[in-house]
Ligand binder design. Structure first.
Ligand code: G4P
Length: 286
């Protein structure tokens, strides 16, 4: 699903989120492991204050392993519980269940002291479009979990999915809006495929991608190896070499830069160039 955000959308999404968050103990925030900062909206920290917090570094299968580890430590230091994820895989259900209880242990302990037993933790999933919220809910909730239906005091129409005896999940995710004001954020979101390509300049984006990959020797090497590049400085020439080596040629024999750009973006997004993370914790002040 693609979104075009206008101030009206954001106000509506924010109001909805404020209402939903009141109903839960835990906020499960999905971010894209390839751009964990650019794919989150810090407004959630204000909206979710006083709630237990779990960050899922989703699409970790497409990101760099060491960077996944570094981001896990970065967020853990800030007090979040963190799990690296491939939301398409059911194998991750166990660690997520474990992390939910870990993130909510204070609440569970508080309940226990008050003599409240077996009250399930209530959670909701939030994140910007395309981070994998629906995929996660589908994998995690699956078919086995019966919906519990409306409950007194709960906004009409809200459905809770009973995951197990300790956890209930709101069936609709909260949609956060990306931080479009920051150009580099917009670029990275476009590179991972979160913004419709039709409204973007593919040629420019591919040059920016090449530039970003040059920041990390391992990524630069992966690019060079994949497209057999001998040029390693000039990004336009590098794109030209990709066009040549992949036979992106126009009818008249001219290089087809746009075709090469589309190919490069496609192969980056599918992880074919390698496991690549476009931003690292050390680039952000702690
Ligand atoms: P949203 O609800 O947050 O908007 O995201 P959604 O679940 O629709 O997921 C967006 C795309 O990301 C989907 O691909 C989905 O399959 C993919 N995806 C979700 N989680 C992961 C993950 O952990 N790893 C990888 N590699 N991909 C993930 P799509 O192209 O829209 O659909 P499809 O081609 O998978 O059918």
């Amino acid at each position: 699903m693609q979104f075009q955000w206008y101030p009206g959308h954001m106000t509506k999404a924010k109001r909805q989120m404020q209402e939903d968050i009141k109903l839960v103990d835990l906020v499960i925030e999905l971010v894209d492991a390839r751009i964990p900062m650019s794919s989150r909206n810090p407004d959630i920290d204000e909206l979710g204050k006083n709630k237990a917090r779990l960050i899922l570094l989703n699409k970790a299968d497409l990101a760099d392993k060491q960077a996944n580890q570094a981001w896990t430590e970065y967020f853990e230091k800030k007090g979040y519980t963190v799990v690296r994820m491939d939301a398409r895989s059911k194998a991750q259900i166990k660690p997520v269940n474990h992390a939910i209880l870990e993130a909510c242990k204070e609440k569970i302990e508080r309940d226990r002291r008050r003599g409240i037993k077996n009250r399930p933790v209530r959670a909701m999933v939030v994140g910007i479009p395309n981070v994998g919220k629906s995929t996660f809910i589908n994998s995690f909730a699956g078919k086995a979990c019966a919906k519990t239906g409306n409950k007194p005091g709960v906004t009409k129409g809200k459905q809770w999915i009973r995951l197990n005896k300790s956890v209930e999940l709101l069936d609709t995710p909260g949609i956060l809006w990306p931080k479009f004001e920051d150009q580099s954020v917009g670029l990275k979101l476009a590179l991972i495929g979160s913004i419709k390509d039709e409204i973007l300049n593919i040629d420019e984006m591919s040059l920016e991608l090449i530039k970003l990959l040059q920041h990390h020797p391992a990524d630069a090497q992966a690019l060079q190896a994949r497209y057999e590049l001998t040029e390693t400085e000039d990004t336009v020439r590098m794109l030209g070499q990709i066009a040549t080596n992949r036979s992106c040629i126009k009818k008249g024999g001219e290089l087809d830069y746009s075709k090469a750009a589309a190919l490069l973006l496609d192969e980056f997004r599918s992880g074919t160039i390698g496991h690549i993370t476009l931003e690292r914790p050390e680039e952000y002040a702690s």
